[in-house]
Design a protein around this ligand. Structure first.
Ligand code: GLC
Length: 704
């Protein structure tokens, strides 16, 4: 039973805390529902809860201006424990927020380190992502915090983005599903925070760049995953981005924070700024609808009090912001924090979950002449090579960084799986002695890729930033080439948070695995997969181009960048370009077929049914994907867009029925002229298959 799911009140009246809030709410709930009545704690998504609104009115009526403004900003620039507070109001018994990062693990003390968001995006496993959110929400509460500053759900416009690892991928639908699942999990315990709202996808110019786009691109490409976070996951907070949108800072952008977020989507909780450089001037932020300035007051402290007192700022806008803040605290019961024991943090269950995510995130990109799995290979026949092979490489050193208790590296995982030490070369430039030793090896596993030095949040004095190129370093490429000349079977394992181009060397290798930043148990999952303990099922949540020039331009120096309607697979399709590995691609140790596609429409949705057969010899999972095309559309459309997917486990030789559904509303386009959504009366095409470029079955359906 989730914390804010409906709970019966009556004989089993929930313990209410002694604060004014608890007594007040308890009294109202008892008075209005009597014995054993069903009481919805969480106001329904459309209306407001009268008991909560009444309590907010009561508090606002009692608060001084200074007390109101004290609700609207944090109080510590760099808290030692990384828990960012806003003030409590002792007099009225109103608790403050306690906010903590981060998307790959709770950034307070030592906690479970999960695979990064992009790796989790590669699992395409919505139920698993819910469990990751629930685990991280519980660890947040165990650390005494009540807001987890995650998920990062900025769409991956270009894989060179320094923080690509934090988000889930390049597609709106896939990103929405993963983000909603994570938020729903987190909010079983604490508030999640959908960030960074919006269009934050260039790192090094993030504090000043203006992302410019037309309204259709904004509504269809850069916002739907935030809209889903609000409307489907009831996200408790939204973080405004550093950058500008069409020339206006996001924290000062009324179109974004009020007209869209609140008036169009019905969001009723609070918006916090991004840290320090996320706010600029008081009046525009107050008028735009920014509620909380983090990590401490610059525009929302004395300047705000003075502005109201001198009449230049409208106290009604302060009241509206404080109302949203108080409504959030009441709705999410911040005064009755869930008591979660310390033992939950990095518990055996959470560690096992991190391992399962790492397993499902591995994407097998090449497997020539079934080089993998490596069955019957003894430790003496195996070489594990590369500076990264025994290095802790979990992701960037920025705000998403968390402190793992322990980590299984690729070498440690392989040694454990082999029950013996393979030949280990822990550097990237081979010596003559290395080459001599390699000549007698049967299999070489070369671990290369990116580290926090190559990509990550851009914080002065720390490594990170956007990537210069999408390829491997010259050293890593030379190592791969040389090893492939010396050893019979060469398997390359890539670590990183985004697309890595491979064209210069991929023909020289026998196996290729994208292992991402695989979390604290990544090495165990990798070894299990290489030796066939399970079949890989990961699918790319992004496109890997043949040449990085095939993608949209990535300019991280300009102060103004035009965002087009197309990027990723939709752009590569539109440009008619070959891709190295398409969006949704990943190999298996088994093989699958789909058949019997049936397409039907009911009043609000399109339903697909089909048969999925595991035609190979091993149990495995496949991700069935459905893409829609819009022939005859009145406006420019992508050739095909993902509208539904499902990860399905099938035993060897078995068949299962798969049902996919998507709302007709997902077919709409934003008509800028009428400033509204249009659902066209078309004969839509639908393709079903195993990647955006591997559609096996086709059908069509009409929507009137
Ligand atoms: C950072 C990041 C944001 C993070 C916040 C607190 O600058 O942009 O994602 O949650 O500050 O660390």
């Amino acid at each position: 039973m989730g914390r804010w799911d409906t709970q019966a009140v009556g004989s089993g009246v929930r313990r209410v805390s002694r604060s004014l809030l608890g007594c007040f709410l308890g009294a109202v709930l008892l008075a209005s529902c009597g014995e054993d009545a069903e009481v919805v704690d969480k106001p329904d998504n459309t209306g407001l809860d009268p008991a909560i609104e009444s309590q907010v009115d009561d508090w606002l009526g009692q608060m001084t201006l200074e007390e109101k403004v004290a609700q609207m900003h944090g109080t510590e620039l760099l808290p030692a424990d990384r828990i960012y507070p806003t003030a409590d109001n002792e007099r009225l018994g109103i608790p403050g927020f306690r906010m903590v990062d981060g998307p790959r693990g709770v950034a307070v003390g030592q906690t479970t380190t999960f695979p990064v968001g992009m790796a989790r995006g590669a699992t395409w496993d919505i139920e698993l992502e819910y469990r990751v959110g629930e685990a991280m929400g519980a660890e947040t509460a165990a650390r005494g915090a009540n807001v987890l500053l995650a998920p990062t759900i900025n769409i991956l416009r270009h894989p060179a983005w320094g923080r690509a690892q934090e988000t889930y991928g390049e597609d709106v639908h896939h990103l929405s599903r993963m983000g909603v699942a994570f938020i729903q999990g987190v909010q079983q315990h604490v508030l999640a925070s959908a960030k960074h709202f919006a269009a934050n996808s260039i790192e090094e110019s993030r504090f000043q760049v203006s992302a410019n786009m037309d309204e259709r691109t904004l509504r269809e490409i850069y916002l739907p995953h935030f809209e889903a976070a609000v409307k489907e996951a009831n996200v408790g907070s939204v973080m405004s981005a550093y950058n500008k949108l069409n020339g206006e800072y996001c924290a000062e952008n009324r179109h974004l924070l009020t007209e869209i977020l609140r008036e169009d989507w019905g969001y009723k909780y609070f918006v916090e700024s991004d840290w320090v450089f996320g706010t600029h001037e008081t009046p525009p932020s107050l008028q735009a609808g920014l509620d909380v300035e983090m990590p401490k007051d610059k525009i929302y402290g004395q300047r705000l009090v003075d502005g109201v007192n001198d009449g230049s700022l409208d106290v009604k806008l302060v009241d509206e912001a404080v109302r949203r803040i108080l409504r959030t605290k009441l709705t999410f019961k911040l005064d009755q924090p869930e008591q979660v024991p310390e033992s939950v943090v990095a518990s055996p269950e959470h560690r096992a979950l991190a391992l399962q995510v790492a397993r499902e995130s591995l994407v097998l990109l090449e497997n020539k002449h079934a080089a993998l799995p490596l069955t019957n290979t003894t430790p003496s026949e195996v070489a594990v090579i590369g500076g990264l092979s025994d290095t802790i490489n979990l992701g960037d050193a920025g705000s998403s960084n968390n402190d793992p208790l322990d980590v299984v590296t690729p070498l440690a995982g392989i040694s454990a799986r082999l029950k013996g030490a393979p030949l280990h070369i822990d550097h990237d430039v081979l010596t003559t002695a290395d080459e001599t030793a390699l000549a007698s090896q049967k299999v070489a596993i070369v671990v290369v890729g990116l580290t926090k030095e190559d990509e990550g949040e851009s914080i002065p004095g720390r490594p990170g930033g956007d990537r210069e190129t999408l390829g491997l370093s010259a050293e890593h490429q030379a190592l791969i080439t040389r090893v492939s000349e010396l050893v019979e079977t060469t398997i390359v394992v890539l670590e990183g948070g985004s697309a890595i181009t491979v064209a210069p060397w991929v023909d020289q290798v026998d196996g290729l695995v994208m292992a991402w930043y695989g979390g604290m148990n990544g090495g165990t999952a990798l070894a299990e997969m290489l030796w066939g303990d399970f079949s890989p099922s990961g699918k790319l949540p992004l496109s890997v181009p043949v040449n990085e020039q095939d993608l949209v331009p990535f300019d991280n120096q300009a102060d103004s960048v035009d965002y087009g309607y197309f990027h990723g697979y939709r752009q590569l399709d539109d440009d008619g370009l070959e891709v190295q590995y398409p969006f949704g691609y990943g190999l298996s140790y088994s093989s699958f077929e789909v058949s019997d596609l049936q397409v039907s429409t009911n009043k609000g949705a399109v339903a697909l049914t089909l048969t999925l057969k595991n035609t190979g010899g091993v149990d495995a999972a496949e991700v069935v994907q459905a893409y829609v095309g819009y022939p005859g559309s009145a406006v420019e459309r992508a050739q095909r867009e993902l509208k539904a997917f499902q990860r399905v486990e099938v035993s060897a030789g078995q068949s299962v029925q798969v049902e996919l559904q998507f709302p007709k509303g997902s077919l709409r386009y934003w008509d800028t002229a009428s400033a509204g959504w249009v659902l066209e009366d078309l004969e839509y095409e639908v393709g079903v298959g195993f990647s955006s470029r591997d559609l096996k079955l086709n059908g069509s359906f009409r929507v009137k």
